[in-house]
Each structure stands twice: as structure tokens, then as C-alpha cells.
Design a protein. Structure first.
Length: 131
């Protein structure tokens, strides 16, 4: 949603400044404009996670995954939220699902910032630490 690029930039800017309440209000505005767009929920989840609000983060990332079940980055943040909430078995299930999805990919690029191989290594290390 290119028209909302400025809104997304404002959310990121407010979050980076530590103005999380304002950033969360802006995510609600983005979600109300585009309820089927995963990016608003993803940003909302990351903001909640940064505050240690694990239940709210879990809810936001769950919505992201409902919209796009193949988004392994959202699934990773969902797993981190589950871990933060002390829910180890669901965390391990999500990490296993990430590895399954990564094995199906033919390329190593998830997005501009994350490679599949890097995410796979991080997931494997986390699984080992939780076992």
C-alpha cells in the first residue's frame, strides 16, 4: 500500500524514538485502513514485543501468520513472543515449521535484510538452547 508509506515511516520513526504508545496508535490506524494487510500487524507485534507485552505480540503475529502462513520472518517473531511468554512447546512447534518452510525454498533471500541460511542458523541455535 504505497499511499501509506508515510504512515509506515512514521510508525518506524516513533518506535525508534522510543515513543511506543504513539507508534502503536499509528499501527491501529494502518490496520483500520487495511485490515487484510499483514504489515500493520507485523509492526504492531514488534512494538509489543519490544515492550515485553508478549500476549499482545502473540496476538499480532498470529494475525500476521493467518494472513500469510508462509511468512517465516513473522513466524520467527511469533516464536520469540511465545518464548518470552514461557510457552516452550508452542515455540518449538513454530521453530520446526520455520525450518520446514525454509527447506522448501530454492533461494537464500527472504528480504533485503535476512537470508534463509541466517534465519535457519538462528532457529537451530534457539531450538538447541530450548531442548
Amino acid at each position: 500500500h504505497a499511499a501509506d508509506g508515510e504512515l509506515v515511516e512514521a510508525i518506524v520513526s516513533e518506535g525508534n524514538r522510543g515513543r511506543l504508545t504513539q507508534a502503536l496508535l499509528l499501527t491501529r490506524e494502518l490496520i483500520s485502513r487495511h485490515p487484510g494487510c499483514k504489515h500493520g500487524y507485523m509492526l504492531q507485534g514488534q512494538l509489543h514485543l519490544s515492550q515485553g507485552s508478549y500476549e499482545d505480540a502473540i496476538a499480532a503475529f498470529r494475525r500476521t501468520i493467518f494472513i500469510d502462513g508462509n511468512d517465516v520472518i513473522a513466524r520467527y517473531w511469533y516464536a520469540m513472543s511465545l518464548q518470552g511468554a514461557g510457552l516452550i512447546e508452542p515455540t518449538m512447534r513454530q521453530l520446526g515449521e520455520i525450518l520446514r518452510q525454509l527447506q522448501k525454498r530454492n533461494d537464500d533471500v527472504l528480504d533485503q535484510q535476512v537470508a534463509c541460511s541466517e534465519l535457519k542458523r538462528a532457529v537451530e541455535q534457539l531450538m538447541e538452547s530450548l531442548s
